[in-house]
Ligand binder design. Structure first.
Ligand code: PRX
Length: 712
């Protein structure tokens, strides 16, 4: 197909944004697909059987009515929702204002609100003994219930600690924590004072932590001595120590004692023990009244260029849409026990472990472990122990657990479950069916929720009691969202059904309340990336299909972002890390399909001439040569782990004589994806790669094919 390539990163003037469409967008996810024969599942009858709470939205008609209202009069719709679901210090005067042209959209001007009051105080007053957080430790059998009353005390104390070290409204705080309640205390304590938190996923390397701290200028970082995951110990403080060698803005490092097993070095004047500080603090701390547009947090995500983007989310709009989406999509009722198995280091953890559930006064699970520790029954053991009613996880986890077999699931009592959620990547129909039939026992609603760090909350999803589902489709838009499919070649909207193209969202004034407001320090990049690509639309970066029934099927990223186990990784971020390796002259990173992780990284590396290791094992290659090749590759993989984080470690790394490029020097990634994915073996298949005449050196392709298959 003819496609065009985006270059949102380049600082093209807005007037030239349309010109970006002329470039080539290079993705297999824009190829048409058909979904005529897919099975359709009605909302489970059990939801209406009377022994479980009746769903909030009971029929498709009810959904359509509300959806239409939300689209026709967004300000009216969301204002009503805002007074229903949130507690305002002062009610707003306006709803949506401003527009996407300049990105000056705002929600609820004139109001005053505090996120922590909404998530904690009002429930501590109304339902003090209700469990706010169930902490499920890495070690099975070890768990703890934290009531709303206790949550308020812990958060207030920590907020006072922050104050005592001079932090004031608007200051930035980095959070690099394992999955313990204190990670949520830290977020909420920031929210209480108007400090802007920046959670960095605890799997990121020291370099990545350093870069993020320096980009956001955090004054304080909060971490733990060690983290625990799947029985393994992670030396968080050691990583932070290394990062802090080059972070001039950090004044204090607050250390939570998670294991106490490791004698960590303490830097006098900088490092403080969490428990010692909190002990001194008073459990009462007045919340700071915030403007709804004041930033609540910064969260970094990967884009098309190497530099991660620090997306800024608002207070009022974000709180409103995370709370409302949580209520309707998980069909939350006060008696529920809700468990999202994600990490607070990602947007899913922000919106659907912390802010969404707590704002609704729910009981939310903080899960420290992994799905396969001590065995593949861990999730289901949790469901049985805590009587979880809604479970939210990622397709990678579902595929992994499916491989281990059904007995790990079926031996547990899962009768409490009503809703099973999926997020982070496209879910393949086989995994969906398994999720539905085995853990769901065909009695649960499956909600495949599509959204992004940028959107702040779920934007496409079925609603449990209202929308029939199809395995692999995220079905229909949530309130306030108008998805469109755009023709990648012309940039025009494609109307009608059974169409494939680029997924975008039509912008009306204000967009939707939880949309990110800017990229920290680079508003122009924000506009260029999301709003100047297709005028009048928000560009998602995904390819999608709208089937004959109007259902959406998100296929995957059409930009240079690779989704590995639901982790967003930018090809150029890894490529720029590779350049830092002494042996690397040039490299190209592509995403290849993987049965478990969805996509995996394949790296093609051209060595500097002075590093003359044999590129492929040859018959004459000595044992010595093999070791040398392996060592070089290992050190490169190690290098990526260090520069980005272990989750970005490539599955395959090939040393190649050159990269396939056009005569104008552009790397042909499409070829690398096909070859790296092992799809190309024979000469015939090389021919099927299509027109290679633009290649500077067509003779290179058979060599690449040989190298890839020598490895396999
Ligand atoms: O490609 C889409 C994929 O994940 C991307 C967003 O990643 P991130 O900002 O890290 O947020 C992940 C958690 C919300 C999207 O552009 N994605 C997310 N959910 C789905 C999905 N792809 C298909 N189906 C989904 N349900």
């Amino acid at each position: 197909i003819q496609t065009h390539r985006l270059n949102p990163s380049a600082s093209i003037p807005a007037s030239q944004a349309q010109a970006a469409q002329a470039a080539e967008l290079d993705s297999d996810f824009l190829e048409p697909v058909h979904h005529d024969l897919d099975p359709v599942f009605k909302p489970p009858e059990r939801l209406f059987a009377g022994d479980v709470p009746v769903p909030h939205i009971k029929s498709r008609e009810e959904y359509v009515k509300l959806y239409q209202e939300s689209i026709k009069a967004p300000s009216v719709f969301w204002s009503k929702m805002a007074s229903e679901l949130l507690e305002w210090e002062r009610p707003p005067k306006f709803a949506a204002q401003g527009g996407y042209e300049d990105g000056d959209f705002s929600w609820f001007d004139g109001g005053l609100i505090n996120a922590c009051v909404n998530a904690v105080d009002r429930h501590a007053a109304a339902t003090p003994d209700k469990t706010a957080i169930i902490w499920e430790s890495d070690e099975p059998g070890e768990h703890e219930h934290i009531s709303y009353r206790r949550l308020l005390i812990e958060v207030s104390k920590l907020a006072n600690v922050f104050k005592s070290h001079g932090l004031r409204k608007g200051d930035h705080v980095a959070i690099y924590m394992p999955m313990v309640p204190e990670a949520l205390y830290a977020m909420l304590a920031c929210a209480r004072l108007g400090l802007v938190h920046c959670v960095v996923f605890a799997g990121f390397s020291a370099d990545a932590v350093r870069d993020r701290i320096n980009d956001c200028g955090a004054k304080l970082v909060i971490t733990a001595d060690q983290g625990k995951r799947g029985g393994k110990v992670i030396n968080l403080k050691r990583t932070v120590d290394q990062a802090l060698l080059e972070t001039p803005t950090i004044e204090k490092c607050l250390v939570f004692r998670r294991t106490g097993e490791f004698n960590i070095p303490f830097h006098k004047g900088r490092d403080l023990w969490y428990h010692e500080e909190v002990e001194k603090a008073r459990p009462v701390c007045p919340p700071e009244p915030m403007h709804p547009e004041d930033p609540l947090f910064i969260l970094y995500t990967s884009g098309s260029t190497g530099k991660p983007k620090g997306l800024i989310h608002s207070t009022g709009g974000y709180m409103l849409q995370t709370a409302s989406s949580f209520k309707y999509i998980f069909d939350y009722h006060p008696s529920d026990i809700y468990g999202c198995m994600a990490d607070v280091g990602w947007i899913t953890g922000h919106s659907y472990i912390c802010y969404g559930p707590l704002t609704m006064g729910a009981t939310t699970v903080v899960f420290e472990s992994i799905p396969t520790y001590p065995d593949a029954g861990r999730f289901w053991d949790c469901v049985q122990t805590h009587k979880i009613t809604q479970l939210y996880t990622a397709p990678t986890a579902i595929r992994t657990l499916k491989k281990f077999g059904d007995e790990f699931v079926t031996k547990h009592d899962l009768s409490s479950l009503r809703v099973l959620g999926s997020v982070g990547e496209p879910i393949n129909p086989e995994a969906w069916q398994w999720y539905h039939q085995v853990p769901g026992r065909s009695q649960c609603a499956i909600v495949d929720t599509y959204w992004q760090t940028e959107t702040g909350s779920i934007i496409m999803t079925p609603l449990p009691g209202a929308i029939a589902t199809k395995p692999g489709s995220c079905t229909v838009p949530f309130f306030g969202i108008e998805p469109v499919i755009i023709d990648a070649t012309t940039g025009a909207e494609i109307k009608g059904n059974d169409v494939t193209g680029v997924l975008a969202l039509r912008m009306h004034p204000g967009g939707w309340p939880s949309m990110a407001r800017t990229i920290l320090g680079d508003h122009k990049r924000f506009l260029d990336t999301y709003f100047n690509v297709y005028k009048g639309y928000y560009f998602t970066g995904d390819g999608a299909h709208r089937d004959k029934d109007g259902y959406y099927w998100v296929r995957g990223r059409v930009d240079d972002v690779i989704n590995v186990s639901g982790h967003r990784i930018s090809t150029s971020e890894v490529e720029s890390a590779m350049i830092g390796h002494p042996a690397v002259a040039e490299s190209a990173v592509v995403g290849i399909p993987d049965d478990v992780t969805g996509q995996a990284l394949a790296v093609f590396v051209v060595l500097k001439p002075e590093f003359d290791v044999p590129l492929a094992p040859s018959p004459e290659a000595t044992h010595h040569h093999h070791i040398k090749v392996d060592d070089v590759k290992k050190s490169m993989i190690q290098h990526i782990r260090q520069a980005v984080g272990p989750f970005a470690a490539p599955k395959m790394l090939f040393l190649v004589p050159d990269l396939p490029k056009t005569r104008s020097g552009k790397i042909m990634r499409r070829i690398l994806r096909k070859v790296g994915g092992g799809e190309v073996k024979s000469e015939e298949q090389i021919k099927e790669l299509g027109d290679l005449s633009t290649l500077a050196d067509p003779g290179l392709i058979p060599q690449l094919v040989e190298i890839v298959h020598a490895k396999a």
